[in-house]
Design a protein around this ligand. Sequence first.
Ligand code: SF4
Length: 650
Amino acid sequence: MGQTLTEKILDDHLVEGDLQTGEEIGIEIDQVLTQDTTGTMVWLQFEAMGLDEVQTEIAAQYCDHQTYQFDFKNTDDHRFLRSAAGTYGAHFSRPGNGICHNVHRENFAAPGKTLLGSDSHTPTPGGLGELAIGAGGIDVTVAMGGAPYYIEMPEVVNVRLEGELPDWATAKDVILELLRRLTVKGGVGKILEYTGPGVETLTAPERMTITNMGTELGATSSIFPTDEQTEDYLERVGRGGEYVPLQPDDDAEYDDEIVVDLSDLEPLIAEPSMPDKVVPVSEVAGTDVDQVIVGSCTNGAYEDVLPAAKMLEGREVNKKTEMIVAPGSKQASELLARQGWVAEMMAAGVNFSEATCGACIGIGHVPASDSVSVRTFNRNFEGRSGIEDDNVYLCSPEVAAAAALKGEIVDPRDLSDELGDLEAPGFELAEEYDASKADLITPDEAVDDELVKGPNIGEVPLRDGIDEDIAGEVLLKMDDNITTDHIIPATQDILMYRSNIDKLSEFTLSRVDETFADRAAEADGGVLLAGENYGQGSSREHAAMCPMHLGVEAVLAQSFARIHRANLFNFGIVPLVIDEDAYDGIDQGDEVEIVEDVESGVSEGRSEFTVTVNGDEEYTATLDASQRERDILAAGGKLSWTKAQAEEGG
Ligand code: SF4
């Protein structure tokens, strides 16, 4: 039987296990990336593990999420990250150089390689045929030290693209259509592999918009085959020599197939406040728009901004709307500036921003209360923009520019008459990506050779084993689809403590219940209760680290998002799956006990545990985990486990 492209790359990197769906496999990692919100802990863990040099082909540290240096805390973090990259042999991308996924694809991503990143949108370079997976920071630390990355072999789903995009329909609409059909849980446990005649009609940057947002489906990764489009892109970024032709075998068998006819697509938009609330733009046309932002790792490339710039040329942003353009990388900004497009956009009334994640996580450009913001981003979870009563819509740059011109949501096809000769701008690659690399410091150019820790750099929290019995209060009962933004918000006032877990923990779950951290500290721990898809969203390991620091011992949920589930193991919190009856039967404030030798049960492979509620009712909770995951959990987390292994190994 032939192999899928995913299987071919995994096979090339396989160090343990068989490529059977659901089996744990260990793979060699060629490249790692980390960013500033997750990177400080990555390097502190690297130091705590006693590692002394990066072992992967490429390791890259980006500063993108929090680039504004409001006070010493962010600057302390950036200085520490530069010193860690220099000391241990990683590339360092200075604040303002761009978003990790954009800078990585421009400089390092390569077909056939594996990439592990401590950011959930790491799969972006799947559009170049790289198998890229998002993970918790400590998994990245371990991979960077040269150890394999372990993962359950996902299902491989064939997303067959037919036809060709019509005018005004874009790559963003391809992934929005998949979100409309599959929802934010539709890709869980899956790698989406794109095939079919529609593939060759999409350029590499368009493919990367699609693979970037596969994360919103919950997919482990998304990948395209390589072809002339891939080679063309690599040549333009000056890395033509890294092209490798990669295709699945003709007789490859997939676990499932989804067909998308590109010719049927039209401009789509995700309504507030979930990326899968997708409708045709025409359905919400007429909604007044206060703010428009073009940018982010999904649509912040030169090629993404250019169509919006063309639509704005010679026109004016509506007086009642503010428009911000924040390219994904300084390279994109520089190219747009050299070609005069920045001036055109500014003349149209655009507020041009530095290359940063910024507004995507509520840092800068926070919308007004209860206003409408139309963005080209990938996520619109409630409150992520920095204000709780936000109304964030997600769409293509073309739809965003149309909204900015009209001052209300409008299908750009209906704007033509009003604005005269408004033609579909189409998708155009840069002639060549000849931009400065001044903000990328290679290991050879490193300016530090020892760690620099300012006062904002704290300690790595450690849990030493798990308790024999779990007994405590249900500290919080939560609904479905709780995001890592709910658990640890990423807004400026909170994010600046990412290197200081003691302080950061005070904000744990504050968006769900402001009293949570105090109650957890007072109760000296307890358990959390949640519905489906607990922990969806970012790879933020602080969302497990802070509950651990507050003494949370277990999370009972109907299901877990992949990266967060791994993070719970990595920080010694027992992730137990319960059914709907149990979820309905247990309430906040109930006392729960799991008293059947939890520690030995975890270590010895028991999958079912009895949860006694208020000394009376009993429910079954399931621990579905590999032996390696059980060992990590029993040790109290990955750091304790890795240290113990190192000691055993002498
Ligand atoms: Fe940055 Fe937003 Fe992309 Fe995350 S999703 S990497 S915060 S732009």
